[in-house]
Write a protein that binds this ligand. Sequence first.
Ligand code: MN
Length: 321
Amino acid sequence: MRDYSSEFRNLNYVIRNADRFLLFAHTRPDSDTVGANIALQEFIEMQGKQADICCVDAFPEFAKALFPGSTFNAPSALDFTSYDAYIASDSVNRGFNTVRDRISSEKIVALIDHHPIEDPEGDIVIIDTGFSSAAEIVYQFIKSTKTKLSHRMATALLLGILGDTGNLQHSSTTPETFAAAASLIRSGAQLPKITTSVFSNNSISTLKLWGRALSRAKINPSNGMIYSAITEKDIIELGNPSTEDLYIASALLNNVPDAKFSLLFYQISPDSVRGSLRTEPHKGVDVSNIAQSLGGGGHKYASGFEIPGRIIETAEGWEVR
Ligand SMILES: [Mn+2]
């Protein structure tokens, strides 16, 4: 992972020198965008400044017990010109970029994300897929300022990390992620309360998606591949599930004891199919080789590809034609 001390210094400078901040959480807010934004908001408020959080959706039900009184502001309810600086955390493409045209180019924009973004436009850009979550980046930022974390900030950041790593189980979890989680618990993060709310964040449609993927799974005993498919019909019926939910479905398939790696196909458009591959270090498979041979990419334990065609159910399982 790159060294972000210069970006962190710049962000801290902006926070110390401006007065009003508008923070951005992404659409259909998850634990990570909630956690990263709540922690940043408190960090800014600690210095006597104002920070509002903007989100297309309301403050999510699952996080209300952890952060009583917290609210999100709808973009239509805000005067964007009244802010000095804007900070978007997590899935910048799904949140901030939808309101980007309302921001004057003279204002400072900071982008914090762990999803890849092509040509990000911002004055301070901290975008790195090596981090497990946006919350982990915000943790590193706050740590760099030597500020003592409040219990609420620690809870918010641990919520984000645990939410995006499936409680430190996904392949995105690094030794640094564990160190961050340990330090957050030491700072008073409320672990049992967090794990309860992370689980209760799964909507019925998410559970149904996982159910469909798991119930259709087939295993190929010759190579240890477990595979399943989510068709266009499923995607419509489940209300266009998030990519994260689809990734988690692939990771869940990979938990089956005999599986060496998992492959989940999903129909992303009428003539295009995405494949999501997952494995774990002890299984001795490099799924990035498979993804690359199909024109995709990724890393050893998590990769993906896109191929033209439609998912068809056959007597043997699933096929893309
Ligand atoms: Mn995230």
